[in-house]
Design a binder for this molecule. Structure first.
Ligand code: SPD
Length: 350
């Protein structure tokens, strides 16, 4: 029987769905006065910090506390805080960690680390782009750090790479502190638009893009609308027949209720293929992250069997380095779901 506040989300695992009021309570409890997600950013001081009576985990460590993953917090040892400022949209921070290189944090949530960013950026890009022949026009929504651009730039068939990032500070900070990620901006095919991705897509002429990649942060804060049905409708409209979208789609361990909603919306909107894939990223909550892959009606797309393999390409394009994470085997493996997730995501198959 489900406890109050616990919803069995169509699976045998008790997936906690934080109710609105629980989220608010958690945020209030963890509020450290400067961060909406209630993150404990702990100084390098000797004394254990107290945050509203709660122990601030371990001094000198960054702990990622958020109502999106209640009751747990991954921590990284901080060597030095390199940047911290509030942009128009969010808190932006960069710190040097002891074990993962430099880390980019938005509103208290890790977006990338130098050590494991390859896994996320390569997968969110190559899962969709290796699945269609000759992608030409690609749109990236979010992704202001430039890592997805770096990966899109590997495809010589691509002649236009548009990116719409809401927060200019993410772009400037990435260029300053993460040159190996922001190298994506050096490609002459890239057109950067600073603005709201939702509005950008609404205004895009119908059938413009071969692929849209939605590299968003989590659905609290500026990225919230990127997880909602009207946004997916705009994506479908902006894609050509048989065009593909790949969106950041959270963790099967933490967010099955969010994934269930995304899958249900996508099944209604995208009349081609609809698939969920996932991969490991050690510094993301629960150590995994998923991707929603869909195609519009038109030429069929089989995401599980890519027609445009990239991993044996000799030319690395403007990425200037070989792939670190992605390969054909990992592509196929990404679509293998644990049984509890399969029952929710692929109900017809069970
Ligand atoms: N929980 C954090 C998910 C962040 C996904 N976006 C990362 C941006 C990297 N380009």
């Amino acid at each position: 029987m489900a406890e109050e506040g616990i919803i069995i989300s169509g699976s045998e695992l008790p997936i906690k769905r934080p109710r609105e009021e629980e989220l608010e309570e958690t945020m209030a409890e963890n509020n450290n006065g400067g961060n909406d997600n209630g993150v404990s950013l702990v100084n390098n001081g000797e004394e254990e910090q107290q945050v509203n009576g709660l122990s601030a985990v371990i001094p000198g460590w960054f702990s990622e506390i958020s109502p999106m993953w209640p009751g747990e917090a991954h921590s990284l040892k901080v060597e030095k805080i390199l940047f911290q400022e509030k942009s128009k949209y969010q808190n932006v921070m960069v710190f040097q960690s002891a074990t993962y290189g430099k880390v980019l944090v938005l509103d208290g949530v890790i977006q990338l680390t130098e050590r494991d960013e390859c896994a996320y950026q390569e997968m969110i890009t190559h899962l969709p782009l290796s699945s269609i022949p000759n992608p030409k026009k690609v749109l990236v929504i979010g992704g202001g750090d430039g890592g997805v651009l770096r990966e899109v730039a590997r495809y010589s068939s691509v002649d236009q790479i548009d990116i719409c990032e809401i927060d200019e500070m993410v772009v400037t900070v990435s260029k300053e502190f993460f040159p190996e990620v922001a190298v994506g901006y050096d490609d002459p095919r890239v057109n950067l638009h600073i603005g709201d991705g939702v509005a950008f897509l609404k205004a895009a002429p119908e059938g413009t893009y071969d692929a849209v990649i939605v590299d968003s942060s989590d659905p609290i804060g500026p990225a919230q609308e990127l997880f909602e049905k009207p946004f997916f409708e705009s994506v479908a409209k902006a894609l050509r027949p048989g065009g593909v979208v790949c969106t950041q789609a959270e963790s099967i361990w933490l967010h099955m209720h969010i994934i269930e909603d995304i899958v249900s919306n996508c099944r209604q909107i995208f009349k081609g293929s609809v698939n969920y894939a996932w991969t490991t990223v050690p510094t993301y909550p629960s150590g995994v992250i998923g991707f929603m892959l869909c195609s519009t009606s038109g030429p069929a797309v089989d995401f599980k069997n890519p027609v445009n393999p990239i991993d044996d390409a000799k030319d690395h394009g403007n990425a200037k380095r070989p792939l670190k994470f992605y390969n054909s085997e990992i592509h196929s493996a990404a679509f293998c779901l644990p049984s509890f997730a399969k029952r929710v995501i692929e109900p017809k198959a069970n």
